[in-house]
Design a protein around this ligand. Structure first.
Ligand SMILES: Nc1ncnc2c1ncn2[C@@H]1O[C@H](COP(=O)(O)OP(=O)(O)OP(=O)(O)O)[C@@H](O)[C@H]1O
Length: 153
């Protein structure tokens, strides 16, 4: 989850602020736990050191920085696509999904990406998202279970 926040803020000045991403992840986890009347310490997780207001403000600043940053998305896409190409399984999945996307835009295809923990699903998905963004294709990402299935995640 920390990696996800890092990726989300990759264009902002806080992109190397590991502590901030840790706090954002803990904050997200805590908001879910509180719905079940438990808190971070119940699971041995560290307590939050930043307030909700601090985190909201820093996120807002980061989003504004992203908007005004001169981002070379072409360059980023080239780098991550090269990495995906170096992994045969990711490349096969990438080609399958992108060829279907290109082949039937009018049908609004839905894809389900599944794989063992840490095998590179998020990395591949980010490559697909950026590729679609660059090609002007609308993409919506979701999950069936867990935190990633929450609409606000
Ligand atoms: N093609 C690649 N080249 C270099 N690094 C990669 C590549 N694919 C994945 N990684 C790295 O491997 C690690 C695990 O990848 P990733 O987080 O995408 O896996 P995942 O399947 O989404 O994991 P989980 O199921 O635990 O969420 C990350 O640090 C990611 O940056």
């Amino acid at each position: 989850m920390i990696d996800d926040f890092k990726y989300r803020h990759r264009y902002s000045n806080c992109r190397n602020d590991f502590e901030l991403f840790t706090q954002l992840a803990l904050n997200r986890i805590e908001s879910i736990l509180l719905q079940h009347n438990v808190c971070l310490t119940h699971f041995g997780l560290p307590s939050l050191t930043m307030t909700e207001d601090d985190l909201r403000l820093l996120t807002l600043v980061s989003e504004m920085e992203e908007e005004i940053a001169l981002v070379d998305k072409d360059e980023e896409l080239a780098v991550i696509t090269d990495k995906v190409k170096a992994n045969p399984e990711q490349l096969a999945a990438f080609n399958t999904i992108m060829s279907a996307v290109h082949g039937s835009r009018d049908r609004g295809n839905v894809f389900y990406l599944k794989g063992r923990g840490g095998c590179g699903k998020t990395f591949l998905l980010n490559t697909i998202i950026l590729t679609c963004e660059m090609e002007g294709i609308l993409i919506q990402v979701s999950a069936f279970t867990g935190v990633a299935a929450r609409p606000d995640y």
